[in-house]
Design a protein around this ligand. Structure first.
Ligand code: ADP
Ligand code: MG
Ligand code: ZN
Length: 618
């Protein structure tokens, strides 16, 4: 956890007390030696010059014994005597021990309490218990930085004086995302204007992208551009708290925000609280769920007069609870991908500003050599280069430092995202080009919107399709072309390299799933006819398919498998024919893709010019 509990003064105080108590307990203290009365008298007889007998009204012994001790500052010996003080005096004198002046004194210490024993038996356990309690509960409940007992005050950091100074100029290479949020900035600047026109502005915006791509930065920039307060809180802070505390924090946060609207609330790492409810172990009523419900309730409670924008960031949109994504909540998604070559150059420029870059230090070269780097990696790279230059006693940062820093960042343990080798990049380029070209050549496939070799999530590259219209109905030929397109990557690899990589695994999975659906759900197989096979059982509260009830025999099962196989095989043949016929285009497209890393619709159209879709006998 990132909470810095070890930095708090309270923690040090406790540590000190514990150490003192332990030292107290373990340093050997001189304890009086217990003797029989006879032995005691022998010791006392030679008249210890400055000794005295201490009479302790012992509180521990219940048998009426009195403890006497021969004392030299601290009692050295002790023995038990039954009787009163006078009786003891008489006894000692009779035994020949000189009592009084010149001899030993008798001193009565009432209810002698041994503080050492008390410390050992009472204080130490209390301190240890206290420490245990503190670590188990308070630390977890407090999280970082708040006062000890301030449970529910939201830790959203309000930077009113120091309102976010980040602007769009600081966010480089995320042009699309910046364009998309421009509207939000306008709204925050002058909400009345939007309200007067009755416009509906999205309240909840989800920023989706891998770590370090500038999601937090973008949110701050929006607040900075609009000059409104920025409240941020991280989902992971809620996870380790007392039940109920997270929800209370959310309430406080929204209350504070409402008082200072227009403003922006930013919930970082929302996946930490926003996972599928009911998917966790240990029952569904945990802290996360309550926190999540509170967030949803607050967002639902907004009426049109509330001028608050809620943004959230995640790199795992797939695990989010569907309730979060419903209309009126986080219904607008903005994807921030890893930067392509142009984006990387822009980010390097932003972070290189104000740093003594040597004239010949070409940032474009650095951008070219750093596929797979995130914005955070690139910021780190520039920083490392500056440190290297200083260590080498240079006055400026040259290409050498930049490249060494890149190597370092790549090899260093801090690199989390994957880095792509040139060979890998080539394979990915052909793979994605295969998808795109197939889609272009088949009349019933969705047009390609964008294609990239910049890794995103688990995928090496990606091809984004743009459906021409919202579809509720699909035809068989659309499905067939879709199957062919999903095999395009694999087939392209096969044609160019003679073998395929593991990169097409997900494609195959999707193709198989689709083909199976065509047969068992949509009745699109001529051989098996228009009926469905199998009954799905959905567990309502999980909202997911759990099992399938088989309502057909083994013979039919074999036939289904065969039909699925046939559909895929036919699609494969189509793809192979298409790509082989257009091998030159495939090469051209891949090469362009390798240089530019991302190709948008215009660039694609230019490359595809002159190609006309070929209807297939699917
Ligand atoms: P995320 O929230 O997506 O994990 P951050 O916004 O925390 O990423 O980014 C971390 C740092 O990386 C930023 O503070 C900034 O210095 C740098 N950075 C990331 N993306 C960009 C970008 N597009 N332009 C400039 N700097 C960036
Ligand atoms: Mg972040
Ligand atoms: Zn693919």
């Amino acid at each position: 956890m990132q909470a810095r509990w070890w930095r708090s003064g309270f923690f040090y105080m406790l540590l000190l007390v514990a150490i003192v108590a332990l030292v107290f307990a373990f340093v050997p203290r001189e304890r009086p030696e217990e003797l029989s009365l006879g032995e005691f008298v022998e010791k006392a007889k030679p008249t210890p010059v400055n000794g005295e007998v201490v009479l302790q009204m012992d509180t521990i012994r219940q048998d009426g014994d009195t403890l006497i001790g021969l004392k030299d500052k601290e009692p050295k010996f002790k023995a038990a005597f039954v009787g009163s003080t006078t009786e003891l005096r008489d006894y000692l004198e009779k035994e020949g021990v000189v009592v009084g002046p010149g001899g030993i004194d008798i001193d009565v210490e009432e209810g002698g309490v041994d503080w050492g024993i008390i410390a050992l038996q009472v204080i130490v356990p209390i301190v240890l218990l206290g420490a245990l309690f503190y670590f188990l509960f308070f630390r977890a409940a407090r999280g970082a930085g708040t006062q000890a007992f301030n449970f529910s005050k939201s830790r959203a950091r309000l930077a009113l004086e120091n309102r976010s100074t980040v602007t769009f100029a600081d966010v480089a290479g995320a042009e699309e995302a910046k364009e998309e949020v421009q509207e939000i900035v306008e709204f925050l600047k002058a909400p009345q204007k939007f309200q007067a026109l009755g416009g509906r502005i999205p309240r909840g915006i989800l920023l989706v992208g891998p770590p370090g791509t500038g999601k937090t930065l973008l949110a701050k920039a929006i607040a900075g551009e609009a000059k409104v307060p920025f409240y941020s809180i991280s989902g992971s802070e809620f996870v380790e708290m007392f039940v109920g505390v997270g929800a209370a924090r959310v309430r406080d946060l929204f209350e504070q925000a409402k008082r200072n609207s227009p403003c922006l609330i930013f919930i970082d790492e929302i996946d930490a609280v926003g996972r599928h409810r009911g998917a966790g172990l240990g029952g569904g009523h945990d802290e996360r769920e309550q926190t999540l419900n509170q967030i949803l309730a607050e967002m639902d409670g907004f009426d049109t007069s509330v001028n608050i924008i809620v943004m959230a960031a995640t790199n795992r949109p797939d695990i989010l609870d569907p309730a979060l994504l419903r209309p009126g909540r986080f219904d607008r998604h903005i994807v921030i991908d890893l930067p392509d070559i142009r984006g990387r150059k822009a980010i390097l420029e932003v972070h290189g500003k104000g740093k003594p870059l040597a004239k010949e230090a070409n940032l474009e070269t650095v951008a070219k050599g750093t596929p797979g780097f995130s914005g955070a990696d690139l910021a780190n790279l520039i920083n490392e280069a500056a440190i290297l230059a200083a260590r080498r006693n240079r006055k400026d940062i040259t290409l050498k430092e930049l490249e060494d820093a890149a190597d370092r960042t790549m090899a260093g343990p801090e690199r989390k995202s994957r880095v792509i080798s040139p060979r890998e990049k080539e394979i990915i380029a052909y793979h994605e080009s295969g998808h795109a070209l197939t889609a272009r050549m088949l009349p019933n496939a969705d047009p390609v919107h964008k294609i990239s070799v910049v890794a995103r999530g688990m995928a090496g590259g990606w091809t984004r399709f743009l459906p021409t219209e919202d579809r509720y109905l699909w035809t068989k030929s659309q499905f067939n072309d879709r199957l062919a397109v999903s095999l395009g990557g694999r087939v392209a690899e096969e044609i160019i390299f003679g073998e395929m990589s593991t990169g097409g695994q997900n494609d195959l999975e999707q193709a198989t799933k689709l083909a199976r659906k065509m047969v068992v759900e949509y009745g699109m197989s001529e051989k098996l006819g228009p009926r469905t096979f199998g009954q799905k059982q959905e567990l309502v509260f999980l909202g997911r398919e759990i099992s399938e009830h088989k309502d057909y025999g083994d013979k039919i099962a074999d036939a289904i498998d065969e039909e699925v196989h046939n559909l895929i095989q036919r699609a494969y043949n189509t793809t192979k024919k298409t790509l082989t016929a257009n091998k030159a285009k495939l090469k051209q497209l891949s090469e362009e893709l390798m240089t530019h890393e991302t190709l948008d619709e215009d660039q694609l159209n230019r490359i595809f010019e002159g190609l006309t879709p070929q209807p297939t006998s699917g």
